[in-house]
Design a binder for this molecule. Sequence first.
Ligand code: FDA
Length: 500
Amino acid sequence: ATSDFSPAVVVGTGYGAAVTALRLGAAGIPTVMLEMGQLWNTPAEDGAIFSDMLTPDRRSSWFTSRTEAPLASFLWLDIANRNIDPYAGVLDRVHFGDMSVYVGRGVGGGSLVNGAMAVTPKRWYFEEILPGVDADEMYGTYYPLANSMLGTNNVDPAWFETCKSYQFARVSRKHAQKAGLTTTFVPSVYDFDYMRREEAGEVPRSALASEVIYGNNHGKRSLDKSYLAAALGTGNVTIQTLSEVRDIAQQQDGTYTLTVRRIDAHGTVLGVRQLGTKYLFLGAGSLGSTELLVRARDTGKLPDLGEEVGQGWGTNGNVMLGRANHVWDTVGAVESGMPALGIDAWDDPVNPVFAEIAPVPAGLETWASLYLAITKNPERGFFSYDPGADRAVLQWDIAQGQRSIDAAKSLFDRINKANRTIYRYDLFGDTRVFENRFTYHPLGGLVLGKATDLHGRVKGYRNLYVTDGSLIPGSTGVNPFVTITALAERNIARVLAEDF
Ligand code: FDA
């Protein structure tokens, strides 16, 4: 029996969810947020909330007995990973055959673990991927709103040129320029003034202490410090943690009933309960929200969901690769964990690439330049329901990633040729140069205008909405969270005006 009821429920606490909860709360609507991960605000015995990349412990990972870092090896040695106790840690790597997907777990979702790069896509590309969305409104109103709420800031160019922390980026820039390529500063939600004081030795180090992907103890404006703090500040929003939504059903009166499984931080199931709501917003991310609706459709709980549910998933064209630097091109032992520069070749008519110049925060000289390339890859995967595992399984074939590798290769072959350098073969566990068996940027599954209307209302059901990265059709051309945030702002403004 449904004992609890909340007028509005938001599933998840990532970007789409946080925006939605703030706007609902500010409109006076009592709202419950359900998050499967933990609230990360309490230091452990070592005085830190999160563990760093060099000595990750159980806080780093979501229920696994060994960490799974993106750089699997260094000089072919498995030095990045550690055996740990299974625990409700902050980073999850979800495996599906040829593709695995990194996602954040906890209050703030991906904002807890990500590289903080806050990039607005080129307008012409936005118009190409989401032609049904008014670009004037996005670029005039919602991108500026999202950036200001998120606390986006820019590195001081004078400091950038002289600091130690970005020597790695300056070396990569020199190599790109030698090949005739253009670099651009990347805005961030990491506080660059804090970083400057880190380097000056005035404050505890975070970005400069190899903190990224397993959380930052300082400096980063994650969602718990921006949107979610504001949402709680309305007095109308509450967050329930370690609470995973498993099922969604609809009652005769049109309200929804959620089945919520509560665990403790060690994975023991504490109980399963029902929560009713009138307005249900899915912000569980591309994997989470899509799974909930694929499961609801294919188990017959929401039978009117259409075939578009589960379709249109992409990796944002992610490819990671490393280049070997010349012995004289040292980058030093300190690399900021937060990137600040990208190679912008998105206007290339054949092989568009936006490559963020990524750190190798190993704490020692690596003679390596690392990149996360975002490429334009039209291949799309889809999700199907596996009844045995009660799980939505991503269908993505390794061959679908080839376009991304080809594009990255064409760009980095040019850079290597101009600088007489070679690729690194020792970083991804075997001898491959290009790693695209994982993505940081899962997008799609419940695409705007297909599985939903043009404002995220799920087709076939009233008062059921999608707010997160699953709305975006597989690609943003740049790092996606500003776009997810801006789109969520746009959609909730319309929904509040018309549906409440
Ligand atoms: P998001 O994934 O943020 O949040 C979903 C939340 O829902 C999670 O907290 C999850 O635990 C919860 N959830 C899922 N299923 C649930 C269920 N059934 N019940 C309850 N809760 C559930 N992007 C960028 O723009 N710049 C960058 O620098 C980076 N860097 C980067 C690094 C790394 C390591 C990662 C993993 C990702 C990035 N990203 C990034 C990507 C970015 O973080 C990502 O696109 C957004 O977090 C996606 O936001 P969403 O709102 O879609 O969901």
